[in-house]
Write a protein that binds this ligand. Structure first.
Ligand SMILES: [Zn+2]
Length: 382
């Protein structure tokens, strides 16, 4: 296991419910471990990636706000790339901007201009080059779907007075989004083809995730993502192709904080300072049929929307066993959803007297305490 290469690909903003429109992505999904209840911890691009590369919640790694993109605690944290490089991996990153993920630990930290680049061609060539390395880790950022959909919408609804029209145009938004996914599938197919042609497919762990979903107007106030903590933006997917392993769907709940220890285990690396790493390897979820859902905590602070808070996260949720409790710190309101019976979160059934809700509240508050997250609920006690 430990001699394998690792490629981690983010399909930026790719919605889980669109995999079926992409034959190559669907095929690799069906031939891999598929984590159907994967959640992103902070659902905007750079906070999402700093969680993955640190294995820590945003408040612990420093990137816990839109305006804190460069606050990563680099002197205190060993990143995923650093750990792999220390263990003889040649490490490469391909992204569009330095804010997306920390530079430390990469032998090559390449930036591309998403407006002009042909990512399929570029990454196919990169993989061919990497095939000459003994052992490599590559992070590849595919930004086309995000770019096309968001650019389309931003251009159309540039003036905020047009916002209502956006939320009324769900069908049209959905069609626009669908039109943007074919380039993603061509990309996925190109990557897989290159791996096969370079004799790497059987020697490489290949992981596809999305960093967040993309709202299509389902929730008034959230044009794309990062404003609220509803399922359409936080519930993502993870496809993990490990050579020699039979495909399996893993429907236990988990999150992107688990990717760091998973990749370490796949690479045969013992994590040195384990106490700092907050997730758990996903491999236990695959092998242990009695494994339970993992508690998931998600947080954000919007750039826009009803309670913008780019300096500090102010919207939080805890999820377990199909139930979800949301806390909105600006108005100090709570929401509770039964996701099995109400997957679109249309009926807030929060009830102060419910024991189940009380239990989730305590979990959320102790999560705040453990991670030094300050909200109006605990600002006087911390
Ligand atoms: Zn993103």
């Amino acid at each position: 296991m430990s001699t394998k290469n690792i490629i981690l690909i983010t399909l930026d903003g790719f919605r889980k419910d669109k995999i079926g429109l992409c034959p190559s992505l669907k095929s690799i999904k069906e031939n891999s471990y598929y984590f159907s209840e994967m959640n992103t911890i902070a659902h905007y691009t750079f906070a999402a990636h700093h969680v993955i590369f640190s294995g820590m919640y945003p408040s612990c790694n420093g990137v816990d706000g839109y305006y804190k993109m460069f606050n990563f605690k680099k002197d205190e944290i060993t990143t995923l790339a650093e750990m792999l490089r220390k263990n003889d991996y040649y490490t490469v990153s391909e992204t569009l901007d330095e804010s997306v993920l920390p530079r430390q630990g990469f032998d090559e930290y390449n930036l591309f201009d998403e407006k002009t680049v042909n990512l399929k061609k570029r990454h196919m060539e990169l993989i061919k080059k990497l095939s000459k390395k003994e052992k490599f880790f590559a992070f590849l950022h595919f930004t086309d779907t995000h770019l096309h959909y968001v650019r389309d919408i931003v251009q159309k609804y540039e003036k905020s007075e047009n916002d209502d029209e956006y939320y009324k145009s769900k069908k049209e938004n959905n069609e626009k989004y669908n039109a943007s996914v074919s380039s993603c599938d061509e990309y996925v197919s190109g990557i897989i083809q290159t791996l096969q042609e370079s004799n790497l497919f059987e020697k490489t762990v290949l992981i596809f995730i999305s960093d967040h979903g993309t709202g299509l107007g389902e929730k008034h106030g959230e044009k794309f993502y990062g404003v609220f903590v509803y399922e359409n933006t936080i519930n993502i997917f993870c496809i993990m192709h490990i050579p020699g392993k039979s495909p399996k769907i893993i429907s236990k709940q988990c999150s992107t904080i688990d990717l760091f220890p998973t990749i370490a285990e796949l690479a045969g690396i013992r994590i040195e300072n384990k106490s700092k790493i907050q997730g758990q390897s996903l491999l236990y979820l695959i092998d242990d049929s009695s494994a339970k859902d993992r508690e998931v905590f998600v947080e954000t602070g919007g750039l826009y929307g009803p309670w913008p808070s780019p300096e500090k996260h102010n919207i939080f949720c805890v999820k377990i066993h199909g139930k979800k409790l949301i806390y909105n710190d600006a108005p100090q309101t709570w929401e509770f959803y039964d996701l099995k019976n109400d997957p679109n979160e249309l009926h807030n059934i929060y009830d102060e007297r419910s024991k189940q809700i009380g239990d989730l509240k305590r979990k959320l508050i102790s999560h705040f305490k453990e991670n030094k997250i300050i909200t109006k609920l605990n600002e006087n006690t911390s």
